[in-house]
Structures are given as structure tokens and as C-alpha cells.
Design a protein around this ligand. Structure first.
Ligand SMILES: Cc1ncc(COP(=O)(O)O)c(C=O)c1O
Length: 423
């Protein structure tokens, strides 16, 4: 098969770099896609599990817009709800009652919460969750996991980023390692009566490194420690939300969070996020003044209602876990048949891959040249129409079928054949 080229994408990118800082924000902008020549840069249209780039190349999309594409691009049921709402109203002085309907759907769907506050981005609600925890407890410190991503607010930046300029915003943060109860106990003991909240993703999912699931009993113990010490347990479910369990990722791992942040999967790409919480924290949320120009727009609420109802009808979390496992099991078998080792981490519906010569060699750091086999194999898949990333977890959407996985595995096979001659 001829592999893809990207002349039009590159033309757009050259223009973009002149008039938009970095050309594109986020992962593209920081040069995460390596080698960049192997990747499409701009898209033209998308449908279901696929997108077409500016050059007309078609991709099976395992990035799902970094998560929001959960049902499939341009889902007809979500689009119908959106068109109907657009005919009526969107951003209006008095918000639409659709917001209340959406909150009802959320409260009925997510098992551990009693209320929902709507915003736009994941970072809006992770920041709000810290404020709510602080107001509720009258404490100033927040405990969080080293290397976790919670958005781009000054408190959430990597410590030391931007020449340490955000030091002040980060001075009340207490960092612990993932799945390390001893460190959590020590942090609580070292900061007696001072920690307002513990914010964490359901499992460890940073970019660039192997993801890690919670060990046995981890979340139960964390829940106990938070309850005993009056610490608000905040689940950042912005990325995992609805891909493990529609009732919440805390339910999936057998615990109850006090506050839950969600965004990406709520409305199949329409822009809405939510902070949800237990009844006891509603007053604290009410006492924080927090809003934005578009936060009460009705169209994303209508999209969210249609999206969640359809996810339930399809039992989508189960389907996505199954489809992800089919792909990752297939990848591991294929890698082994070429004498390579494919490390799979994270949950199957948000799988993280790392290819190496063998399990010992898999100690490579993404930034080292020893990761070149991995980057080259991913690039060969992309050039053949399967969009996966080499540095970030991937995502399954509900529109993906077993036939799509068959196609992705046949591309993986071709890509292995190509890299085997070089590595
Ligand atoms: C776990 C997690 N928390 C928070 C965020 C921030 O969300 P947003 O980019 O919508 O502000 C992200 C975004 O990727 C995320 O993955």
C-alpha cells in the first residue's frame, strides 16, 4: 500500500506558525509527535471512528480528539438534539432549562454525587474542585500525585515550569507518588489538619510514561484516610469518564468520591464540563463565585443529554473495554511474532502502548534514542491510516467495531514488517 503524504497539512502549518503561537496549541505545539513528517497536522472532516485530513487521507482515529469523541464523530442522535436546540436558542440571558435536565441526567447516571455545576473545560472544574474543598474545610493545602495532569492553571503546571514563576500558586500543594499509601499517611501527618483535598485521576495516566492501575486495596485505603482526616476526596475523571463505567470511575474501582470532575466524554465533542459532588459540599460550591461567558449555553447541554442517553442504551463502556482489549491483545501477539515486546498499560478503553526489543530494553525513556523503534512503528501505522500516538494514551470510541480492529491489526502487521528490516 502507498503510504500517506501531507503537503496540504504542511502548507497550513507553515501559515499557522506565522500567525498563531506555535501554530497549534497542546501536544503538536510542544513537538510530541515524532517524527512530525509522519503525522497529519490539520483535518478536514470526520465521521464515526474516522477522520480525513487536509490532504484527503483517511484515518481510523484512536485518539478520539483526545477523548471527546466517545460515540463516534458526527453522531446522528447527538446532532439531531443539537439541531433542535439550535433552532430554539443557545447562549441567552436567562439560561435554558436544558441545563436542569442535563444536571438531572448527570445526577441519575453518576452513582456517588447529588449535584452538578456546569462549566466548559476540564481545567475549569479541577480548579473549582480545589476551591470547593478549601472553602468546605477552611484549610489551604491540596495533596496531589506527582506527574499527574489536571489542566493548565498555574497551580496545575509542572513544578518548576516557566522558570518557577508559578511557585507562589503551588506553595500549598503537597505531592505524593502514585499508589503510595505510606507517602499519603506521611503527608497527612506532616501537615496536620491542613490538607483540604486530595485530587487524583482514577489511575496513573501521564503522557510519555507507562500508565499504572491502582494496586489492590489502594482506593479503599485512600477513602478511609480521607474520611478519617476530613480531607475531600476529589476524582479527576476528565479523561477516563464514561470509558470505564457510566456510573463513574470511582464506582469502577469500588469507592465513592466526594467531588468528581468530568469533561471530555460528556457531550460527544460539544463543549461542556462539570463538577459534581456530594450533598454536604453543595453549600461550599454555592459560596464560590465562578462562571464564564459561555458556561450556560444550551446547545452543549442538549448534546450532553443525547450523548449520555445513547451511551447507556449501547452499554458503551463495556463495548469500549472489549474493543480496546481486542486491539491490544492482537498487538501483543503480533509484536511477539516479530520478536518484539509490546508493553500495554492503562485500561483497554484508554490503552497506552510502548514497543521495545524485549521487556528489559523497555526501560527506555521516551526522550532517549532507544525509543526509536517504538516511534518508527507508530509512525508506520499512522502513514497507513491508523492514527495512534507514541507518547499519550489512546482512546476507544463506541463506533469502533471488530472490523475496524481487524483493519488496525493488518496495518500493525505491515508496520512491523517495515520496522523489522531497520531494527
Ligand atoms: C486528567 C485530566 N484532567 C484535566 C484535564 C484538563 O482538561 P481541559 O484540557 O479540558 O482543560 C485533562 C485534559 O487532558 C485531563 O486529561
Amino acid at each position: 500500500m502507498d503510504t500517506y503524504g501531507y503537503p496540504k497539512s504542511n502548507e497550513w502549518f507553515e501559515k499557522a506558525k506565522r500567525i498563531i503561537p506555535k501554530g497549534i496549541h497542546g501536544h503538536q505545539g510542544i513537538g510530541s509527535y515524532k517524527p512530525l513528517e509522519s503525522y497529519p497536522i490539520f483535518s478536514d472532516h470526520a465521521q464515526g471512528a474516522y477522520f480525513w485530513d487536509a490532504d484527503g487521507n483517511k484515518f481510523l482515529d484512536f485518539m478520539c480528539a483526545y477523548g471527546p469523541n466517545i460515540l463516534g464523530y458526527s453522531d446522528p442522535d447527538v446532532n439531531a438534539a443539537v439541531s433542535e436546540q439550535m433552532k430554539k436558542e443557545d447562549c441567552v440571558t436567562a439560561p435554558s432549562y436544558k441545563m436542569v435536565e442535563f444536571a438531572e441526567v448527570l445526577v441519575d447516571t453518576i452513582s456517588s454525587i447529588d449535584w452538578a455545576f456546569m462549566a466548559k473545560n476540564g481545567g475549569d472544574v479541577t480548579s473549582l474542585s480545589l476551591m470547593v474543598a478549601k472553602v468546605a474545610t477552611g484549610r489551604k493545602k491540596i495533596m496531589l500525585v506527582n506527574g499527574s495532569y489536571h489542566g493548565v492553571a498555574p497551580w496545575a503546571q509542572t513544578p518548576g515550569a516557566a522558570k518557577g514563576i508559578f511557585e507562589k500558586e503551588q506553595q500549598d500543594l503537597v505531592y505524593v507518588d502514585w499508589d503510595n499509601i505510606e507517602q499519603i499517611e506521611k503527608a497527612i501527618a506532616d501537615n496536620p489538619g491542613q490538607i483540604a483535598g486530595f485530587i487524583s485521576t482514577p489511575y496513573y495516566q501521564p503522557a510519555f510514561i507507562t500508565n499504572r492501575l491502582p494496586g489492590p486495596g489502594y482506593w479503599k485505603k485512600v477513602r478511609e484516610l480521607c474520611t478519617k482526616n476530613g480531607i475531600v476526596l476529589i476524582l479527576d475523571d476528565v479523561r477516563c469518564g464514561f470509558r470505564l463505567d457510566l456510573a463513574g470511575s470511582d464506582k469502577y474501582y469500588g469507592f465513592d468520591a466526594d467531588l468528581i470532575c468530568m469533561c471530555k466524554s460528556l457531550a460527544n465533542g460539544y463543549n461542556v464540563s462539570t463538577l459534581m459532588g456530594k450533598a454536604a459540599l453543595k453549600e461550599a460550591c454555592e459560596s464560590v463565585y465562578y462562571t464564564g461567558s459561555y458556561w450556560l449555553s444550551a446547545v452543549p447541554f442538549a448534546a450532553g443529554i443525547a450523548c449520555i442517553n445513547k451511551l447507556k442504551k449501547l452499554d458503551a463502556a463495556k463495548h469500549m473495554l472489549k474493543i480496546g482489549k481486542l486491539y491490544t491483545d492482537g498487538l501483543q501477539k503480533l509484536a511477539a511474532s516479530y520478536g518484539y515486546y509490546m508493553e500495554i498499560s492503562a485500561e483497554p478503553s484508554l490503552f497506552y502502548i510502548a514497543l521495545a526489543q524485549d521487556p528489559v530494553e523497555k526501560k527506555w525513556n521516551w526522550f532517549d534514542p532507544s525509543g526509536d523503534l517504538h516511534k518508527a512503528w507508530v509512525a508506520e501505522c499512522v502513514r497507513r491510516g491508523v492514527f495512534i500516538t507514541n507518547h499519550h494514551n489512546n482512546f476507544i470510541c463506541a463506533a469502533m467495531t471488530e472490523a475496524d480492529i481487524e483493519f488496525a491489526l493488518s496495518v500493525a502487521d505491515d508496520a512491523f514488517r517495515v520496522v523489522k528490516s531497520k531494527f
